[in-house]
Design a protein. Structure first.
Length: 159
């Protein structure tokens, strides 16, 4: 996304391009950290206090349209890219610790309502689906600003 459009949103109530990446990155860390954490959580607020959560680059709303602190587009783009990279590194570095026993656990763990009934394997699948959803939303933003999204492979070049 060109830096001048990093905070573009198709409508006032939708996440901005930058927010899509902050949101998906935050929740990937939350899902993975929660899965590996043996503690029970009775509410969302207690979960949000965990040290494994990598704080977003700004105090930005993770659920509704909002904007980063007014800085230049190139600064905000770098902040979002660094945060996303750190978050994906956390997930990638956690994967080697996961085994079949860990994947089968978690369904009965006390957790906030939006995670109820999920096993640890469900959380991984939910993270993948969640990432795909927000990547698709980001592609819409790119297209609306006439930017070309990256392709998945050399055979489906988008232009």
């Amino acid at each position: 996304m060109p830096v001048e459009h990093i905070e573009y949103s198709p409508t006032e109530n939708q996440l901005t391009f930058a927010q899509h990446f902050i949101h998906l990155s935050f929740f990937n860390v939350l899902f993975m950290g929660f899965m590996m954490d043996e503690a029970d959580f009775t509410d969302f607020e207690s979960l949000m206090q965990k040290d494994y959560l990598i704080q977003p680059p700004d105090d930005i709303n993770l659920f509704m349209g909002d904007y980063l602190t007014n800085q230049s587009g190139d600064v905000n783009k770098k902040r979002v890219m660094d945060y996303s990279s750190d978050s994906f590194d956390f997930v990638i570095n956690t994967f080697p610790q996961i085994n079949d026993e860990i994947l089968s656990q978690g369904k009965d763990k006390h957790k906030p309502s939006f995670l109820e009934g999920h096993s640890n394997l469900d959380l991984i699948l939910r993270g993948e689906s969640h990432t795909a959803h927000h990547r698709a939303q980001a592609i819409v933003c790119l297209r609306m600003k006439e930017a070309v999204p990256p392709s998945f492979t050399e055979y489906n070049i988008l232009g």
